[in-house]
Design a protein. Structure first.
Ligand code: ZN
Length: 303
């Protein structure tokens, strides 16, 4: 089955079973109650799997201070993915023109100006500024569930413009962070395999923009900073990343003044499960009706 056919048949099946609710824009859709139930149950399973981390938990909204993107130089690497929030700052005459453009289905972007917030492109970005200062001995582990936005409209259901990620973030000394990352690589693979999902793990790169981005990707690969756990969802030959592991070295520690207990610049790493992707993989592999999923899989999600 080609990737295009695979994408269409999965999307059609999810819609036919009320799991996804089309809303028009590509890569944007509603989630039905059964879809959300499976997502919540997978989230709870992740919590149980990571219990020994005793992670702190915090919730951030889907918009973040746009200065965070400036500080991590996001626009150098991913200008094509960013989602900036704009609003209207003009006078009544200008407002009337804006409304007229909108009513005619015209381009009303020129009437808007940039606000102080952007859509979060990664769920962990709002966290790093809050870690500024000296970490406790042994560092910190924080757990988040949040929405991320990427401007990549697509008919392929696993390539969404807005999606949730369950993340864990570790900040500490380099050896602590790497040991934690490696332990979670095993935990993440074990977790997905326990749900009957056939995984493969590989070094990966982020979709850096342009020619300079190619070099950044090559360096990221060379240093093995990013790993992905993939499962065939749309196609066998191009499996979908369900879980990704990123080692940032001292990038965020240096930018946001995060120090270890002994005064060195902290290193950070994060891992994230793409929640909708995991749920779609379960429906793809086990069928669209959870009541008929294998007993071993149901025991994991309905303990
Ligand atoms: Zn992250």
């Amino acid at each position: 089955m080609s990737a295009t056919n695979g994408a269409q048949s999965l999307y059609d099946g999810l819609v036919a079973h009320g799991l996804l609710v089309p809303v028009g824009a590509a890569g944007v859709f509603g989630r039905g109650a059964v879809f959300e139930d499976v997502l919540d149950r997978f989230n709870a399973l992740v919590t149980r799997t990571g219990a020994s981390d005793r992670a702190e938990s915090v919730m951030f909204p889907p918009v973040i201070d746009r200065r965070v993107l400036d500080r991590v130089r996001y626009l150098e690497s991913f200008p094509q993915l960013c989602g900036s929030v704009h609003s209207f700052f003009g006078d009544p005459k200008r407002a009337a023109e804006l409304a007229e453009q909108s009513a005619q289905g015209g381009d009303w972007g020129p009437y808007l100006g940039q606000t102080g917030v952007v859509l979060a492109p990664a769920c962990c970005y709002p966290l790093y500024p809050t870690l500024a200062g000296t970490l406790p001995p042994g560092g910190r582990v924080v757990s988040l569930l949040g929405w991320a936005y990427r401007h990549e409209p697509s008919a392929e259901p696993t390539r969404m413009q807005a999606f949730r990620v369950r993340e864990f973030i570790r900040a500490g000394a380099p050896d602590e962070v790497l040991e934690w990352r490696d332990r979670w690589l095993d935990l993440g693979v074990g977790l997905l395999e326990s749900l009957g999902l056939p995984t493969q793990t590989d070094v990966a790169t982020d979709p850096f923009f342009g020619r300079r981005g190619k070099m950044m990707g090559a360096s990221q690969k060379e240093q093995k900073l990013k790993f992905e756990v993939m499962v065939p969802v749309i196609s066998e030959t191009e499996p979908t990343a369900l879980c990704s592991f990123n080692y940032h070295q001292d990038k965020f520690g240096a930018e946001f003044d995060i120090l270890t207990a002994d005064g060195a610049v902290a290193h950070t790493a994060c891992l994230g499960f793409g929640m909708e992707r995991v749920v779609m993989a379960l429906f793809k592999v086990h069928g669209f009706v959870p009541e008929s999923w294998p007993a071993a899989v149901r025991r994991q999600l309905w303990p």
